[in-house]
Unconditional design. Structure first.
Length: 508
């Protein structure tokens, strides 16, 4: 059997649970961040645990070009087009999985990214583009494809937030899938002016405090949070943080009210893509045993790639990140002179906020040979930084889960992070007692200031000069288990609970 097959690999005699994921990104075709990674890895992990998985995706041309059509699954009358919209069932090339593509070229066949045009401006009709995704997902969850009816609809982020609302708006006698809504980042809410509400053709009563209204606007995120049967987010710590005003982005009241139905399930790492022993982007592959040699080769190649001085004995800090304040990249920029003064080097890859991009470019010009900056999006280079750096900087202000630090750990690169969200759940600080126990895997600091970041950088530099402690930490980091299988089991337990609660456990 194909190793990456989505076909349920049955472990139990009963019929596998049928789960439909509604999501706007899918690595490697459409990805702006961790969501795309999750959308490609989680369904596969669920399939390996015995579930039957399908996705519903916007019909971007990147998908239509890459996936082979299997059949027309449905034609939907929707509020968004005069003609019926086709749901095309297609096969994913690498993994043999199945996805429904919402085939509506006027919405999805355009230059630019999934949400922005080529100049980086949000598309003006995003409310329609993603309402259609939610509408199609709800239709499938209510049996629009006569040949396959999901028991669970798992919707991700604001882009799919209307799916539970459209499902709730359907006739109550209808058989419908149970819903889980997962928040990957509460800061992106899909907010639109109240004036667009009639276009959605949802019941007028839905535009209310007990509904999808948010301070006079339409919130796609709140629709998901309000109408889904269950809620989850991508780390246990973030799940509790977002119930507080500090992290709740105005939705903490609703999240507190639904606390019983909100869980945190950590993301995992896809070893097919992130594995130093097989990674084709590295000069030399390595495992736990030969990590020092493999990392030395990766570091040297990286120093050369960025034109940095080949001072192997000095720690090399790495960054692979969206350049935004969420990620604490302003704190990193303020700390660059300190890194240079301490004799270390920095290799950074990222895109994002124009001021930060310019700031990092200027920092590189001011410290030639010590600070290397690549503004852009580059998968291969991201792997080479994760492998070649000694320490990964990720001082996020908030972090729902974070995948980059998981990749770093697995490559023996010690993450330096703030104690928030998924970072707090996945990195163990190099406190003397944790080093002695062999548990430490990185460096954690608390205050949201560049002073605190610099103090943590100093601690990391000190530790770097203690080869034995460093070796123990690297080994521990590389052997931590953050596979998707663990997460998938937790999702499946949640789905089972949800179906039982609804009084209709998976039919035999
Ligand atoms: P977020 O989704 O908030 O950006 P995550 O850590 O969950 O944060 O995921 C980020 C993903 O995007 C990782 O796979 C990371 O390697 C990747 N990434 C971020 N910036 C870049 C970039 N400039 N080039 C290549 N990959 C990037
Ligand atoms: C979001 C979060 C990130 C998380 C990713 C995948 O982009 O910012 O922390 O890892 O989603 O869940």
């Amino acid at each position: 059997m194909n190793r990456r097959s989505f076909a349920a690999q049955r472990k139990r005699p009963e019929r596998p649970m049928r789960v439909l994921h509604a999501v706007a990104e899918l690595y490697p075709w459409v990805k702006t961040g961790g969501l795309g990674d999750v959308a490609s890895a989680l369904p596969l992990a669920l399939a390996r645990e015995g579930a039957e998985l399908r996705l519903v995706l916007p019909g971007y041309s990147a998908f239509l070009d890459a996936f082979a059509g299997v059949r027309d699954a449905a034609r939907l009358k929707t509020p968004f087009a005069a003609e019926r919209v086709r749901l095309l069932l297609a096969r994913l090339p690498q993994e043999g999985g199945l996805a429904y593509l919402v085939d509506h070229p006027p919405f999805y066949d355009r230059p630019g990214g999934p949400y922005h045009d080529q100049e980086g401006r949000l598309f003006a009709d995003n409310h329609r583009r993603f309402a259609l995704l939610g509408y199609a997902a709800a239709a499938l969850a209510a049996g629009a494809d006569r040949e396959w009816r999901p028991q669970i609809l798992h919707a991700h982020d604001w882009h799919a937030g209307l799916a539970p609302a459209y499902l709730a708006a359907r006739p109550s006698g209808e058989e419908k899938a149970a819903t889980l809504f997962t928040v990957h980042n509460l800061a992106y809410q899909g907010l639109f002016p109240a004036a667009i509400f009639p276009e959605l053709q949802l019941p007028p009563a839905f535009f209310a405090l007990d509904g999808l209204e948010f301070f006079g606007q339409v919130s796609f995120l709140k629709a998901g949070l309000f109408y889904a049967d269950r809620l989850s987010t991508v780390s246990p710590t973030y799940a509790r943080e977002i119930e507080t005003p500090r992290f709740g982005a105005g939705l903490d009241g609703l999240l507190r009210a639904r606390a019983r139905h909100l869980t945190g399930i950590l993301n995992g790492l896809d070893p097919e893509i992130w594995d130093p022993a097989r990674d084709p982007n590295l000069p030399q592959n390595y495992g736990v045993e030969d990590a020092p040699a493999g990392k030395r080769a990766a570091k040297l190649a990286l120093l050369r790639r960025f034109g940095l001085e080949e001072r192997e004995r000095q720690p090399l800090f790495g960054v692979v990140s969206r350049l935004i304040t969420q990620k604490g990249m302003d704190l990193v920029l303020e700390s660059v002179p300190h890194l240079v003064a301490r004799g270390t080097a920095l290799a950074l890859l990222g895109t994002g906020d124009g001021d930060l991009e310019e700031g990092f470019r200027a920092a590189a010009r001011a410290a030639l040979g010590r600070v290397g900056v690549e503004i852009g999006y580059d998968e291969a280079l991201s792997h080479r930084i994760i492998a070649g750096a000694d320490i990964l900087l990720m001082p996020s202000r908030f972090e729902p889960c974070g995948l980059t630090q998981l990749y770093a750990l697995h490559y023996g690169t010690l993450p330096l992070v703030r104690r928030v969200g998924g970072l707090a759940d996945t990195v163990v600080d190099a406190a003397p007692e944790a080093i002695a126990r062999g548990a430490a895997t990185g460096f954690i600091f608390d205050d949201e200031t560049s002073d605190a970041l610099r103090a943590a950088i100093d601690r990391a530099i000190l530790l770097f000069r203690k080869p034995e402690a460093r070796r123990v930490m690297m080994r521990r980091a590389m052997t931590r288990d953050f596979t998707w299988a663990q997460s998938a089991r937790q999702y499946l337990a949640l789905f089972r609970e949800l179906l039982e609660e609804r009084g209709r456990s998976a039919p035999a």
